[in-house]
Design a protein. Structure first.
Length: 513
């Protein structure tokens, strides 16, 4: 996926785990900006080009996923963006597309024991109060000439719907039936899996190949005139094709499960300043979403067709062609009050060589300095798990020292859920618990989905705005309390959080431990 992209221009005591909540105007309101209470902390887990999954049986893969999620949780990650459709195939049970060859080694071959990776990942993420975002590539079918497509693949039934560019095969973005098909894939996922979001990255029209034109002459001749595009407006026509797909996917989600979000992770440059007549582009000199990938991300955000935006600002602060700091500011200034997270490249951020100290501190401080930015996503998750140049240690001990709730998606639903009730202590022969009741329901996103427990010293002022006061984020309606010889009195506060990450008012109880 993104490995080649950057070259184109030259998260118990958290006893259970981490999850989410929000603010009406989407402005940071934490008292401690170094440890924000609300922050999207994501990791991309790509499957395209990966061979290790195909070497595992279903039990080994389950063990691997559990270890992966435990490790990501421990370092503060609260959202896993997992690539479930790398190239018109599936890491889940689908009647539309074959099993991925990156999963089993042969496209169309099912994993043993009727194993469903996506179902398992959703369940395990939610046990930990982490989110699972299903990551799809919309148009890509193959990544090279030598790949064999399963006989059940749509390509064999309707080859006219595809084009070849370089050595790769793609859905033709111009065809209405392809847009409808991709929306059916999205609908199939959200109907059958309790995913929190649908995610797409930077691959729309493919990255340009020098000296080669994208082969859409026939489609342009067929569709452009009746859509009102002149022969000189092919770029506008291509952008419109992608615009229609993005708009249709959002409509599909709204009609199917309106609480499921739609996020895009575009290439880090929207347009260069010199490419925009009014100078509204960024002070950069690289490949562009708008002009080269025909992805008008700024329009999608402005129109509300996407629910969050994660530009891949993978370059370093001070890089002359595409300065990270300048791009962070540009995207912050051009995100129309929406959810904006920063895509961080782990290798570049931490430094590629032993002598390179990296820029993690500067980049984390920069993303947290803007009230319009509420998180980071790290590319790629496997490097986090390898603790590349100490990044896992740094996140766990410093930047993600305390848990973070995700920002609330108040543009989708802005009303807080009902408070918990009947908060009390319960005792057994061996255990001391805090228990409560709540108006909860996994099938109703406006009801409580999980709970946040805060603890304060006896005379300490109650402050629910600081992450350091959180002792647990849990889907259970109970919390095991520690034993401190019965000498210390604390005030516990419990809140309820809905699927949009709106947080209720707190209910408190004094407890002697």
């Amino acid at each position: 996926m993104k490995i080649n992209i950057v070259n184109k221009i030259c998260i118990c005591l958290i006893m259970i785990v981490f999850a989410s909540c929000g603010s009406k105007k989407f402005v940071r309101n934490e008292a401690d900006t170094h440890h924000p209470k609300r922050e999207f902390r994501g990791a991309w887990i790509h499957t395209v080009g990966q061979s290790h999954y195909a070497k595992m049986n279903s039990q080994q893969m389950q063990t691997y996923f559990v270890q992966m999620l435990d490790q990501l949780q421990a370092m503060g990650i609260n959202a896993v963006i997992f690539q479930v459709r790398p190239q018109a195939d599936a890491f889940y049970k689908s009647n539309l597309e074959p099993w991925s060859h990156y999963l089993t080694g042969v496209q169309g071959k099912a994993p043993d024991a009727d194993f469903d990776p996506l179902a398992f990942l959703v369940s395990e993420c939610h046990k930990r109060c982490m989110e699972l975002h299903a990551w799809l590539n919309p148009y890509r079918v193959t990544t090279g000439d030598r790949q064999t497509l399963a006989q059940t693949h749509l390509f064999h039934r309707e080859p006219h719907r595809f084009v070849k560019y370089g050595t790769q095969t793609y859905f033709d973005p111009a065809l209405p039936e392809n847009r409808a098909y991709i929306c059916e894939v999205v609908k199939d996922i959200v109907l059958n899996y309790n995913v929190d979001a649908i995610h797409m990255d930077d691959y729309f029209y493919p990255y340009p190949i020098a000296g080669k034109s994208f082969p859409d002459d026939a489609s342009f001749a067929r569709y452009a005139p009746k859509q009102g595009f002149l022969p000189s407006q092919r770029a506008d026509w291509r952008r419109n094709n992608v615009n229609m797909l993005i708009k249709d996917i959002k409509k599909t989600l709204t009609k199917t499960k309106p609480w499921v979000r739609f996020g895009i992770s575009p290439f880090g440059i929207y347009r260069n300043k010199q490419s925009t007549p009014d100078g509204s582009g960024s002070d950069t000199r690289g490949l562009q979403n708008y002009d080269d990938l025909y992805a008008d991300v700024k329009l999608w955000v402005k129109k509300g067709w996407i629910d969050y935006n994660v530009p891949q600002i993978y370059w370093n602060i001070g890089f002359s062609v595409a300065d990270h700091a300048k791009l962070v500011k540009w995207w912050s200034d051009n995100n129309f009050g929406g959810h904006l997270y920063i895509g961080q490249d782990v290798e570049r951020t931490m430094g590629k060589t032993a002598s390179d100290a990296g820029q993690l501190e500067q980049k984390m401080e920069l993303s947290r300095a803007y009230s319009t930015i509420h998180g980071n996503v790290f590319w790629y998750g496997y490097l986090l798990m390898k603790n590349y140049k100490g990044i896992e240690t740094e996140l766990q001990s410093n930047y993600h020292r305390y848990p973070a709730l995700l920002p609330a998606y108040v543009h989708m639903h802005g009303k807080n859920p009902k408070k918990v009730n009947n908060l009390k202590e319960t005792f057994s022969a061996t255990e001391h618990h805090l228990t409560w009741q709540a108006d909860a329901g996994q099938t109703d996103p406006k009801k409580a989905q999980y709970f946040v427990v805060y603890r304060f010293a006896k005379d300490e002022k109650t402050n629910l705005r600081q992450a350091k006061n959180i002792v647990a984020i849990t889907r259970e309606k109970r919390l095991l309390l520690p034993y401190e010889s019965g000498n210390n009195t604390y005030k516990y506060v419990v809140t309820a959080v809905d699927a949009f990450h709106n947080e209720s008012k707190g209910v408190e109880l004094k407890v002697k431990l």
